[in-house]
Design a protein around this ligand. Structure first.
Ligand SMILES: NC(=O)c1ccc[n+]([C@@H]2O[C@H](COP(=O)([O-])OP(=O)(O)OC[C@H]3O[C@@H](n4cnc5c(N)ncnc54)[C@H](O)[C@@H]3O)[C@@H](O)[C@H]2O)c1
Length: 341
């Protein structure tokens, strides 16, 4: 007789734009069963439940009360992330939240503390770390092939016109989104560099401005320099007034070579003349109306999270790990926002 293993019971909170990446990923992960979809907009919860499975809820409190969940995915506006994470964790439910951790530091730290006290897993989505490009660069650094990073820089020039902000009741607001181009778009490239440099921060400089958006107050342009305790200087530039989403570019100048990489490709030229490269996999899942610029690595990170829930491996991007980037992002805002007003 075939052995039946009980599947992990999962709920998704927030059935807006990004939810399709979570719902599609869950549909191919054997160990889990989607049992509930929640959105304050009832039609969204119902549409997700009908297409991907589970019961529809308009209240996450009711969903958590009723469904005996093993985990929830938080796909909500930024200012709700930690509040909802703490609510679930306090009731014994593991949490995987979308980036960023929140709009401030104290709330993010509270969620990490709650997970620790409850002995539960709290994961934060930074799916770009699972790109083949980023994985090659990380491995080349960890193995010593590249030596130490000496300097780093990242550039992001994307398009988020006023119409993008007009479609949302929370994007483009300081209180609900927590910022603009840094916290929403450049957060991934800043996270990649911060993860690869892997050192404490000595000093942060940042300038930000709203140069091209008439309908929102948050920054649409920012640049800065981050100096790490290991001596690395990392300069970044980002803006979302460009005409389209130009592939991001990160450059690392290392002891034994140079790296140029983005979400799709990585090229390493070693000082000894050797080269290495990595390229993105073909997209194997149909993410329906998922956007190219989100990348297609959610499934890898979500699978890793459930392997950790099942005790097969440690959680890779835990709340503690994600706090390293969240602290940096909050430092950038503390400096940049003060100049804007
Ligand atoms: N990892 C990535 O690359 C990536 C890409 C896009 C968005 N995101 C993140 O995903 C999150 C959601 O972004 P989005 O673009 O899907 O936003 P969205 O506005 O499209 O979706 C949010 C949904 O949450 C619902 N909601 C709001 N308050 C609620 C509540 N109290 N209870 C239940 N539902 C509630 C809204 O009705 C909406 O459907 C954000 O954190 C965003 O930064 C991540």
């Amino acid at each position: 007789m075939e052995k039946t293993t009980k599947k992990l019971r999962v709920g998704v909170i927030g059935c807006g734009r990004i939810s399709v990446m979570h719902l599609t990923s869950l549909s191919v992960i054997e160990a889990v069963e989607l049992v509930a979809c929640c959105d304050v907009i009832k039609e969204r919860a119902e549409a997700a439940a009908e297409e991907y499975g589970g019961r529809a809820y308009v209240s996450y409190e009711e969903m958590i009360e009723a469904e005996d969940l093993d985990a929830v995915h938080i796909c909500l506006p930024h200012y709700l992330h930690s509040k909802v994470a703490c609510y679930a964790l306090e009731r014994g439910v593991n949490v995987l939240t979308e980036k960023p951790m929140d709009v401030d530091l104290a709330s993010a730290e509270a969620a990490v503390k709650t997970a620790k006290e409850k002995g539960l897993l709290f994961g934060v989505i930074f799916q770009c770390r699972y790109n083949n490009s980023a994985k090659l660069v990380k491995e080349a650094l960890d193995s010593g092939r590249l030596g130490k990073i000496l300097s780093a820089r990242s550039v992001l020039t994307w398009a988020r016109p006023d119409s993008y902000y007009a479609e949302s009741d929370w994007k483009g607001t300081w209180d609900k989104e927590g910022g603009g181009v840094i916290i929403d778009q450049a957060i991934h490239s800043i996270d990649l560099v911060n993860w690869l440099v892997n050192s404490e921060i000595e000093e942060v400089c940042c300038s930000m401005a709203n140069r091209g958006h008439k309908t929102v107050d948050v920054e649409d342009s920012a640049e800065g320099l981050i100096t790490y305790k290991n001596g690395v200087k990392y300069g970044f530039y980002c803006m979302n007034n460009y005409g389209y989403d130009e592939p991001i570019e990160i450059r690392l100048y290392c002891e034994k070579g140079k790296v140029v990489f983005g979400y799709d490709d990585a090229y390493i030229s070693y000082n000894n003349g050797q080269t290495e490269e990595a390229h993105q996999d073909k997209v194997l899942l149909d993410y329906k109306n998922g956007k190219d610029y989100w990348g297609f690595q959610h499934v890898k990170q979500i699978r890793q999270f459930y392997n950790a829930v099942l005790g097969k491996e440690p959680l890779e991007i835990s709340g503690e790990e994600a706090l390293k980037t969240h602290r940096l992002i909050m430092q950038l805002y503390a400096l940049g926002k003060a100049q804007m007003h």
